[in-house]
Design a protein around this ligand. Structure first.
Ligand code: ADP
Ligand code: ZN
Ligand code: ZN
Length: 719
């Protein structure tokens, strides 16, 4: 048997493909982790060598690779092992997992980007007009050699001038190692609680998981900054995960103010080239601080210092398609492997996190008070029963908005539904406009003219007359952000009314653009959960929460956790400066136990009760779940596949409990019937043992050919 290269290809199936090296190159360990171009059918694919060993194929069926791209592995040891772990844990092909860890240019086969820095040094003074911009630039550069980042700050359009000088021999460009600027001092003194949190993080050596539970506005970010400064001073690399792109501009500014160009930003709005440079810089060990969204967790960290996960409870850390990994959980896995501390911060920690604190696995750090003497917001429940509603608002809310604006403050009207209205209804016969591919109500958009399905994106015109009874009594039911905007514009024509949702804020800087437009003038912000998190809006004095009642009665087991987090987070936007903030919570269910618990005992009371309930019901974090989902146009196809899978899973003794096949909570989407198996076990081991044994076999089931299926380990919701 010849020794071959085992190559993982970016294909949605498990297993490796065997290839021979080109010509007579030796097969040795230097290949592992390198990219190779290989022939695949009639095309070629870029794969990654995962192992070497004797082939199971006969020599005549083996083909040589076309080209070796890398001379050495792209990954650090730790990252390479973590990727294997991840593929195993989440039941994902290694080839797909490796794709997650590479920026697009490397996935296309391009070479690693250049690293290091370039210093521009003055040689011989060129002839310059006295007093002009070039002369001033020259003088500034003569004082010390400067790099591009410093030049960008000094004079944004320096490039043409400097290029001209280099051409004429007046200046040199010398490659050097990247040296971070000295961190600027903090803007203010930390308070006692913040200082203690920082001290504990600083004092930890090796892996420790901290849960930083700090109420909204308690200054968690300042704790991160100080803890990062200590690691930065040691020349180490740190990673700060943040939940969403809309959040990053403001966050980015705060990190840059402290660490300057040592901060690299990573999210979907960052161009390929920049990402490639970030990957290469980290791989080369440059002492950088990366502030990024979910996929930043895959960056190499050969000189690790600290990993931070801000808003650790946030659902956006879990990827919901492809490889369904959790970046938050992965942060813990990597911190342990790298032997560095990890800080999970939140005002509303996940029940998983609190459970780990109770079990002594995470160390709790608490910030109980808001920073700089700000008080917690005052929350009032507004009972909607028997009250007149105008575009979803009661008179008391409208009066409070008017009062706040009159006093020069800003108001946030929170409604977690975009569009004009959640449904279109015939008042005569009860017909509701539904998506015929999803069996769900269509959302009304465009002031009532358009219908859009929020599940599959289907669009149509709103009918003029009811298709069932031909009556003309069609009405928009309920309110979305668009309708609120219309109503509030009409009611308060003299102040800016700005809407923040996915429809109004396409594009990377839309949110910060809108916020900058408002500045600190009195005005109204209408927003979905996009505005609930992270933004520091010092002038915001009032938050009105409209229509949370759907969330109180959702069937999903995490719904109450989500709703509590959302309510606390959105309330936390109010009164972050010295003025006391107010929150009005409109509801038809003022006595609902969830609301009562939250109002009386706050998030800790909710969490305590919820943990007891989850334990009683055998739900996470008291148990571990995995879902096997299948969808097909014919429901029998999905059912047959899942039934076969259930048989295979049942074969393992002491395996997980398997329930189903059962319809998914949302049983039809875009014309596909959706069914699932729920696997649960009290400990992880049997769950993973069963999945490991069965997962590869699922690909070969004849029933698998007629369905789209996926495994979701630690699913966030049962959808
Ligand atoms: P969190 O991340 O917990 O919501 P932030 O770190 O954004 O809180 O802090 C909230 C506000 O309080 C910010 O405007 C911040 O600049 C300010 N702040 C934080 N810590 C202090 C402090 N020790 N002294 C004065 N102001 C502070
Ligand atoms: Zn009708
Ligand atoms: Zn649909």
């Amino acid at each position: 048997m010849p020794e071959v290269l085992r190559v993982a290809l970016p294909l949605p199936r498990p297993g490796w493909f065997d290839y021979l090296p080109v010509r007579d190159e030796p097969v040795d360990a230097s290949w592992i982790g390198c990219r190779v171009w290989v022939p695949f059918g009639r095309t070629r694919q870029l794969g990654i060598v995962c192992a070497i060993g004797p082939s199971t194929l006969t020599p005549d069926r083996l083909r040589p690779i076309q080209r070796r791209v890398d001379a050495e592995t792209l990954f650090t040891d730790e990252l390479w092992r973590t990727l294997h772990w991840l593929a195993d844990y989440y039941c994902a092909p290694l080839g797909e997992v490796a794709q997650l860890a590479l920026p697009a240019s490397l996935r296309r086969g391009e070479a690693l980007a250049e690293t290091g820095d370039v210093l521009y040094r003055c040689l011989e003074s060129p002839r310059l007009r006295r007093g002009g911009q070039p002369e001033r630039l020259w003088q500034w550069m003569q004082a010390a050699p400067r790099n591009a980042a410093a030049l960008d700050l000094h004079l944004p359009d320096w490039r043409a001038t400097v290029r001209g000088w280099i051409r004429r021999g007046a200046m040199t460009a010398e490659p050097t190692d990247y040296a971070p600027p000295a961190p600027r001092p903090a803007a203010f003194d930390l308070d006692e609680a913040q200082r203690q949190a920082v001290a504990q993080i600083d004092a930890s050596s090796g892996f420790v998981a901290f849960l930083l539970h700090g109420v909204t506005g308690s200054g968690k970010t300042e704790v991160y900054l100080d803890a990062l400064a200590a690691r930065q001073a040691e020349g180490r690399q740190s990673l700060v995960l943040v939940p969403e792109i809309a959040l990053t501009p403001q966050t980015e500014r705060r990190f840059r103010a402290r660490f300057g160009d040592a901060v690299l930003v990573w999210h979907s709005g960052i161009a390929d080239g920049e990402r490639a440079r970030t990957f290469a810089a980290l791989r080369a060990g440059e002492p950088r601080i990366v502030v990024g969204t979910r996929s930043a967790i895959f960056l190499p960290l050969p000189r690790p210092g600290l990993i931070i996960v801000d808003e650790e409870h946030d659902a956006s850390y879990k990827q919901q398609d492809g490889v369904r990994y959790s970046a938050r959980d992965l942060a813990l896995v990597r911190a342990r492997a790298l032997d560095v501390p990890v800080v999970l911060g939140s005002a509303t920690p996940s029940l998983e996190g609190l459970n780990q604190v109770a079990r002594g696995r995470y160390r709790l750090l608490t910030l109980e008070r808001r920073a700089a003497g700000a008080s917690p917001p005052e929350v009032r429940v507004v009972d909607l029963r028997r009250q007149q509603l105008d575009a979803g608002l009661v008179a008391e809310s409208v009066a409070a908005i008017e009062h706040t604006l009159g006093a020069g403050g800003q108001v946030l009207v929170f409604r977690n539904r975009r569009g004009f209205a959640p449904a279109l209804l015939c008042h005569d016969c009860g017909w509701t406009a539904a998506c015929d591919r999803c069996d769900r109500p269509m959302t009304v958009h465009g002031g009532g003219r358009r219908l859009i399905c929020h599940h599959c994106g289907a669009r149509s015109h709103a009918p003029e007359a009811c298709p069932d009874c031909h009556g003309l009594a069609l009405q928009s039911q309920g309110v979305g952000t668009e309708r609120l905007e219309q109503a509030l514009r009409a009611r308060f024509p003299d102040v800016p009314v700005l809407r923040f949702d996915r429809d109004s804020t396409r594009g990377r800087d839309a949110v910060s653009g809108l916020l900058a437009e408002l500045a600190d003038r009195p005005g109204i912000l209408i927003g979905t959960q996009m505005l609930a998190k992270g933004h520091d809006l010092p002038r915001l004095d009032l938050v009105v929460v409209v229509g949370i009642d759907e969330g109180l009665f959702s069937a999903d087991f995490r719904a109450s956790e989500r709703l509590s987090q959302l309510l606390i987070q959105v309330s936390g936007r109010a009164g972050r400066s010295r003025r006391r903030g107010r929150v009005l919570l409109q509801t038809h269910h003022p006595q609902h136990p969830l609301l009562v618990t939250l109002l009386q005992g706050g998030y800790p009371a909710f969490a305590e009760a919820a943990l007891v309930e989850r334990a009683l019901l055998g739900l996470p974090p008291a148990a571990h779940l995995a879902l096997l989902r299948a969808e097909a146009q014919q429901p029998e196809h999905a059912e047959d596949f899942l039934r076969r899978a259930a048989q295979l899973l049942a074969a393992s003794t002491d395996g997980p409990a398997v329930s189903g096949p059962m319809p998914a909570p949302h049983p039809r989407r875009a014309g596909f019937h959706r069914l699932q198996l729920v696997l649960s076990a009290e400990t992880r081991a049997p769950l993973h043992a069963a999945l490991d044994a069965v997962w590869p076999a699922l690909f070969d089931l004849p029933e698998a050919r007629r369905v789209r299926w996926s495994v979701d380990v630690d699913p966030l919701d049962l959808y």
